[in-house]
Design a protein around this ligand. Structure first.
Ligand code: HSE
Length: 438
């Protein structure tokens, strides 16, 4: 068969762009043998074209003009790797409106403007591929929309942020404080200087929104996701959780209520059983557990960030899009297909809830009975308890409870009542528990 050359224009010559080029230089011949497609990097646009990069490229193809790159007839596929949601949106729209397919790694862009971009892509019969936007090198987008297409998706649980997973892993393994691990991770370049996107859970929320929208065919906006990150998490809680048989992970979760049809996305630090496969995913690794009604549990893990892993995902998309161009089968797999098979997006208020609570309780007779009474009055059951004898702070001692409520709302009301009690010091630490029922 004849080999087809397909011209690629890269906007954003940063970490992921470098990884994409390195992967292409290393395995372009392999791609060609496998697919009869030769991906040719025709242009690169970046604001900074003078700083040396760890890959060699022909200086002639470098420019600061992203618009000219998109307009160049030799560029048949545009790769957007600049991040952000303003210039990236304009450039992606421009390419799509010209009918040029776009490959992007930009989760924030899709989480905020996905609806518009998917529509414009379809109107202009241009592919929009985004495998690299969720969980780096793990082919989770492809799995959801191709491999698992015959399944109702019952639930998705994802460790989707390598920075948070790294911080939690080191805190637990070495008993270190959050601030110390974060500072070290920043010094080593694992964490951003401005870490809020990662540690406050927003990056995980962007990825959760993309997965939820795709899996359920309904647009899930960031505003519909309850988000809580790991900032300031206490090493004591990681230790107590472990004593109770759990490990704390920041999870992006999407649950489907089979009876009501509703879909609930959320992002929060979550206790998971130590023996569960997700609990074994440590360090910068990501993992996604998808439960389908036909297939059962499937789990995917790998590097969720970094030049080469994310570059691999971008290259996979480039090959797919190039194949579609060559076979004139654009939109064979549309960016997003909205349908009404599932219900609405709901908050977790009505879901059954199991929670870890750490209460700082005044050490005097009757304190424990008072909190037990309040929980009992609100139908919140105590499943396990751990009473610590230290640290004693102003005569308060930590009491850790595992509680179960029929609805999360009932638990919230009980917590409001507990927080007002004179025997409870400070605010109650609370983390959701996920037991992954059969
Ligand atoms: N900053 C992210 C992480 C990768 O730490 O996993 C990009 O989304």
């Amino acid at each position: 068969m004849a080999v087809h050359e397909v011209g690629v224009g890269l906007i954003g010559f940063g970490t992921v762009g470098t990884g994409m080029i390195r992967g292409l230089q290393r395995n372009g011949d392999l791609i060609e043998r496998r697919t009869d497609i030769r991906l040719v990097l025709r242009r690169i646009a970046d604001l900074d074209i003078t700083t040396p990069r760890p890959v060699q490229v022909d200086p002639q193809i470098l420019s600061t003009d992203a618009e000219a790159l998109i307009e160049d007839p030799a560029v048949q596929i545009v790769v957007e790797l600049i991040g952000g949601t303003t210039v990236a949106r304009d450039l992606t729209l421009k390419a799509l409106r010209m009918g040029k397919p776009v490959v992007t790694a930009n989760k924030a862009l899709l989480a905020k403007h996905g609806g518009e971009l998917y529509r414009v892509a379809e109107e202009n019969e241009a592919d929009l591929y985004y495998e690299a936007s969720v969980a780096g090198g793990i082919p989770i987008i492809r799995s959801l929309r191709e491999g698992l297409v015959a399944n109702h998706i019952d639930s998705i649980y994802g460790i989707l942020n390598g920075t948070c997973n790294y911080i939690l892993t080191r805190m637990e393994e070495e008993g270190l404080a959050f601030d110390d691990v974060l500072a070290q991770a920043q010094a080593m370049g694992f964490a951003e200087a401005e870490p809020s996107l990662d540690i406050d859970g927003h990056d995980t929320a962007h990825k959760t929104a993309i997965l939820a929208s795709l899996a359920y065919g309904l647009p899930v906006s960031l505003e519909q996701i309850r988000v809580r990150g790991i900032r300031g998490i206490d090493a004591d809680d990681l230790r107590y959780a472990r004593e109770l048989g759990f490990r704390i992970k920041l999870l992006g979760i999407v649950m489907h209520d089979a009876e009501a049809g509703d879909v609930t996305p959320m992002v929060q630090p979550t206790l998971i059983p130590l023996g569960h496969p997700l609990a074994a995913v440590g360090g910068v690794y990501n993992a996604v557990l998808v439960r389908g009604d036909v297939v059962g549990d499937t789990m995917y893990s790998g590097r969720g960030a970094g030049a080469d892993a994310t570059g691999s995902a971008v290259l996979g998309d480039l090959v797919d899009v190039a194949r579609n161009l060559v076979s004139e089968s654009e939109l064979r797999i549309p960016a997003f297909v909205e349908h009404a098979h599932y219900g609405e997006v709901r908050s977790p208020d009505g879901l059954p809830a199991s929670y870890y609570l750490r209460v700082s309780l005044l050490d005097q007779p009757g304190s424990l009975a008072r909190i037990a009474t309040i929980l009992g009055e609100r139908n919140v059951s105590i499943a396990a308890m751990l009473q610590k004898t230290e640290p004693r702070i102003e005569n308060h001692l930590p009491v850790v409870l595992i509680v179960e409520a029929r609805r999360e709302k009932d638990l919230r009301e009980a917590l409001d009542a507990l927080n007002g009690l004179d025997v409870v010091g400070g605010s109650i630490v609370q983390y959701r528990i996920e037991r992954f029922p059969e």
